[in-house]
Structure formats: structure tokens, C-alpha cells
Design a protein around this ligand. Sequence first.
Ligand SMILES: O=C(O)CCC(=O)C(=O)O
Length: 262
Amino acid sequence: MLTGNQMHHFRVFGFVVLRQLFSSDEVETICTQADEVWTEGLGHAPAPDESISVAPFLELHPSLIKWIEEDRLYVPMTQLLGQDMIWSGSEGILGTTTKRTYHHWHADRPGPLELGYLRIKIMMYLEPMRKNTGALRVIPGSHRSPFHEELMAFQQSHATEAPDFFGVKGADVPAYPVETDPGDLVVFNQNLFHAVYGKVDRRRYLAWKYAARPTTDAHLSSIKKHSEYAYTPHEQLQQSDSPRIRRLIDGLVQWGEQSNNL
Ligand SMILES: O=C(O)CCC(=O)C(=O)O
């Protein structure tokens, strides 16, 4: 359960860190199970320099899937997104699929039209992350207008070969490095500008994504544009009789059809 201070932190800065939400035993078990999913995906045990990105991820393992609706994640998400929030998918990333040591400044849901619709991503890194070795960096408050719009030039340049961010290198942009140890969760608003610098080879993370229930055609179109996969929840979720899972996926398939006509 989030405290009032944590809720304020999330609302004002656009992120909150939940320290040691998982015990070391749980982290160890999650690592083993995650490695099983990556092994299955690759068809063999991952070599040290191999990378793979799997989405959806938690849905693929009979023991990982429970973390979607487990109290320690589910309850804070309902506090931020409402009891009628929806599921928006999961990811499991091993290594660095781009082969780049950086991921320049961007927001996952960028632009003024995206700001009114809250979507959240939760990251759990399975290795310790420090500022210069791949920790997620965030620009606190950049999920809010007009700061968000003032940073939109970053979005345009982030995919270019040698971008410059208001005349400085990406790694030198004023920001907060979210240093974590396994078991910590980083919860962030997907409108928030974030980046990573100094990725090292052995790097694994899991991501959970939840969103507020869409209430307008603009929300439906935005889901279609940025996360169309959310409209086809994994069959393990569709077959689930857990009330929480049923509520998380309620409406998704119909909205997917509706969004085709927008
Ligand atoms: O690689 C990471 O740690 C962060 C990836 C990222 O920026 C994203 O998922 O939007």
C-alpha cells in the first residue's frame, strides 16, 4: 500500500521507487523462472553475450503470472489508477537487444495529447543498477505540462545517431538516476522523460504495465497506436477465473474492435 507521501511523489515527480518490495528469496526464484522463459524463447540457455526481448513475459510462466495481481503490486496500482484499471502487458528483457550502451531521452507516451491519460510502467532490474552502469534516469516532473512539451525536442532527436539535448550530451542532461538493487521496483508515469546510459552486458529486467480504464475515443486510439497488444490479452489471462484478472482485462477485446473503426 502506498503512503500519502509516495502518492504525492508519484503525482508530482512522475515516479516512485518501492524499495525491497520483494525479498531476496523471491528475487532468486523470479530470476530462475525468468531465465526459464528466456531459455525457452532462445531455444537454449542464454550465452553471456546473448540478448532477447520477450513480451508478454509474466503471462508465459505459470509461477510468474501471479505477480500481475499480487497485493504488493496490485494494491498500489489501484491507488494510482483506480479500482477499474486495466492490464497493458509485461516485458522481460535479457541483455541489450540494440547492442547500444544507451537509450537516449524519450517518453514512452510522448506529446501533449497523451498527458491526460495515465499509464504506468513498473521496472524490476535483476542486477544492481547504478548511475553510470545502466540505471534508469528520469527527469522529475517531465510528465506534466508545460515542462513535458518543452522537452519534446528530446523525443524528436532521441533516435538519431548523435543527438544533442539542448547543447549537452544525453548523459549530461540534468536528471535523477534511479539506482536500484534487485527487489526494488521503479514505478513511473509513461509520459515521463527517461533514459539509460552505461548499460553493461549482464542486464535483465522485468516490466509490468497497467493503465487507467480508457474513457474516450482518444484513449482507445492512443492504446491502438502505442500498445495495440493490450487489446489481445494472453490466453492465460483470458482463461483465468481470478476476479482481479477478469477485471484487469475486462473490455480490452471489445475496445480493440471498436478502435479499428476510429
Ligand atoms: O533499458 C532500460 O532500462 C529502460 C528501457 C526504456 O527506456 C523503456 O522501456 O522505455
